[in-house]
Design a protein around this ligand. Structure first.
Ligand code: PGA
Ligand code: ZN
Length: 442
């Protein structure tokens, strides 16, 4: 190689390293969609690229989730301020990652895990760590002038997810008596993402009329995730209202499927080992029959957290029973944790997983859980939290990993539509470059 060519190559390499070098890290406290404080971090790279990560927050939080660090100072934001987590980024994590390349996602995530030193990220806070991890990925993508989904997947096998829209809110997300936390519509029948989104939105609006007519106007006040929260008591009443809305909007069961997130840990009583639902107290076996009956009555495609968060055996039983027809999704069961997922795969506990970045707390571990789930041929649903932000990271993540579903709430409230709208932009950019996950369910 001629001498000056070599020099140019070396310069180029240095230039690339230079571009992605982290030069500034600033974290701050902002608000989530429930008006609670959350952590946001900005990262600057040497040649001006920037990245931001804003962390969401759950209400029906799994006990095995990584720790969300809050200040617990009752006089400030009701104890929910996150200034310690913010300080952990500004004073501890930031100085350690300065001068490092934003492209070393794995190394930077590992460095933060070591710095924290606990099993559940309780020293620095998973909210502190994740804000940096997300900002690193964003900044690295910006340094390549790429949208995040392209940076996260260089193989280019992009897939647009089916929107899983939570149109009736119950459980811990609403002030009604519905035990089941989320009633979702899954418009699989559109020919692409944007058509399916439209189907879902039309059903959402039709549902408003159905509920207004039957239960009065207060029934269409919305819960945390933008779904209506009618004063209903029974699961079947909510499902019937949705079925009416589907047909009023001009669709049928082949085009719009239903999903339930029971989030059953919230109606499980560990003392009596029973579940309180529809005004009844059911054993695990009775609850299994209850779900079987629902699945035979309604076009249910997914059932999330049907049993409480440590019931691997009960999950395995329901997956063996209904798994051919229904995606049994583990959310609180797995908490996006590769170790818990390994156990679930081994036990055939589910055939699907919910993915939430902040349950585990780093982008690398999230990608590892997704990789394992894909190898096990599990369906994947990338998910928001009930306390959300304007951040659209999950829209990019879902596209990059070829997630079957994205769960981002009802098509209402800005923090929810932010994700659905970003997917519209991504699908416009990708055109025929991307496939659509709906085609595998019709
Ligand atoms: P959360 O609810 O964000 O309140 O945990 C979402 C879910 O359970 O899927
Ligand atoms: Zn859930």
């Amino acid at each position: 190689m001629p001498k000056n060519t070599k020099k140019i190559l070396v310069d180029e390499e240095e230039e690339l390293v230079e571009i992605s070098t982290i030069v500034k890290v600033v974290s701050r406290q902002v608000l989530d969609s429930r008006g609670n404080p959350t952590v946001e971090t900005d990262i600057w790279l040497r040649k001006g690229a920037t990245g931001r990560g804003t962390v969401p927050s759950g209400a029906s939080t799994g006990v095995h989730e990584s720790l969300e660090l809050r200040d617990d100072k009752k006089t400030v934001y009701g104890g929910k301020s996150v200034l310690r987590a913010v300080a952990n980024v500004n004073k501890q994590i930031g100085p350690k990652i300065l001068g490092r390349s934003a492209k070393d996602q794995n190394d930077l995530d590992t460095l933060m895990l070591k710095l924290d030193g606990s099993r559940n990220k309780s020293n620095l806070g998973a909210n502190a760590i994740l804000s940096v991890s997300m900002a690193v990925a964003r900044a690295a993508a910006a340094s390549e002038n790429q949208p995040l989904f392209r940076y996260l997947n260089k193989r280019k096998d992009y897939k647009l997810p089916i929107p899983m829209m939570n149109v009736i809110n119950g459980g811990k997300h609403a002030g009604n008596n519905l035990a089941v936390q989320e009633f979702l519509i899954e418009p699989v029948g559109g020919k692409n993402y944007s058509e399916s989104l439209r189907y879902g939105v039309e059903v959402y609006h039709a549902l408003k009329s159905v509920l207004n007519e039957k239960y009065g106007q207060t029934s269409t006040n919305v819960g945390d995730e933008g779904g209506y929260s009618p004063p209903l008591d029974k699961t079947a009443e909510a499902l019937d209202a949705i079925m009416n809305a589907i047909s009023n909007a001009g669709y049928d069961e082949s085009q719009i499927k239903l999903g339930l997130d029971a989030a059953s840990s919230s109606f499980y009583d560990p003392k009596t080992m029973s579940y309180r639902i529809d005004g009844k107290t059911l054993t695990s076996a009775e609850l299994g029959d209850y779900y079987d009956n629902l699945v035979n009555t309604y076009p249910i495609l997914s059932l999330e957290d049907p049993f409480s968060e440590d019931s691997f055996e009960e999950f395995a039983k329901i997956t063996a029973r209904l798994g051919r027809k229904v995606k049994i999704i583990g959310d609180d069961l797995y908490v996006t944790n590769p170790e818990r997922l390994a156990k679930g795969i081994e036990m055939k506990a589910t055939n699907a997983i919910l993915i939430k970045l902040n349950q585990i707390g780093t982008v690398s571990e999230t990608l590892e859980a997704i990789r394992m789930a894909k190898t096990a041929k599990f369906a994947i649903a990338v998910s928001h939290r009930s306390g959300e932000t304007e951040d659209t990271f999950i829209a990019h993540l879902a596209t990059a990993v070829g997630s079957h579903f994205i769960k981002a709430g009802a098509p209402a409230r800005g923090e929810r539509t932010a994700k659905y709208n970003e997917l519209l932009r991504i699908s416009e950019e990708l055109g025929s470059e991307a496939s659509y996950a709906g085609s595998s369910f019709t």
